[in-house]
Write a protein that binds this ligand. Structure first.
Ligand code: AMP
Length: 147
């Protein structure tokens, strides 16, 4: 049985391994779905955060949510893309982390989510904690223990 007890890992926080806000692609409340689809397609990400002008986190928007909204009974209603706004489609019930949360809390959340948004006490967006980063840190930790 691998012993995962290590002060080093337990003392690590989410903030130490998040991708900072300035490197995260996002859209703003008020942007239309055409813009959101453009950002998602150009970046290649399946979902990105939705922020307001003060950088507060409102939710997430993904390609699947947009496509779902414009699927008509007989055809894809592309004309809706510039009429609808991200806040009409985004997911608001999302997990959230704080920078000083223990990394173990982040590990738990990325089991079911490819990434989790990190915010401060005022809901201002600070960055994201991704499954890729979590696995990289776990892998590094396990290899160190195995030496
Ligand atoms: P990854 O673990 O790097 O494959 O990322 C998982 C998901 O996190 C991606 O599909 C995106 O939804 C989101 N993501 C990762 N990096 C970024 C970024 N720089 N900007 C926006 N979203 C990101």
């Amino acid at each position: 049985m691998i012993n995962l007890q290590s002060d080093e890992l337990l003392e690590t926080t989410v903030g130490q391994f998040m991708i900072d806000a300035d490197k995260v692609a996002h859209v703003q409340v008020g942007n239309n779905l055409e813009h959101a689809l453009l950002v998602l397609t150009k970046t290649g990400y399946t979902a990105i955060p939705v922020l307001d002008a003060s950088f507060r986190l409102h939710g997430l928007i993904g390609t699947n949510m947009i496509m779902d909204k414009i699927f008509g009974l007989e055809r894809i209603e592309f004309e809706k893309l510039d009429q609808l706004h991200v806040e009409e489609v985004m997911l608001t019930d999302i997990p959230r982390l704080k920078t000083n949360d223990p990394i173990l809390k982040g590990f738990g959340l990325v089991i079911n989510h490819a990434f989790v948004c990190v915010e401060n006490e005022d809901q201002v967006f600070e960055g994201i904690f991704t499954r890729r980063v979590a696995l990289k840190q776990l892998n590094k930790h396990l290899r160190t223990l195995n030496k």
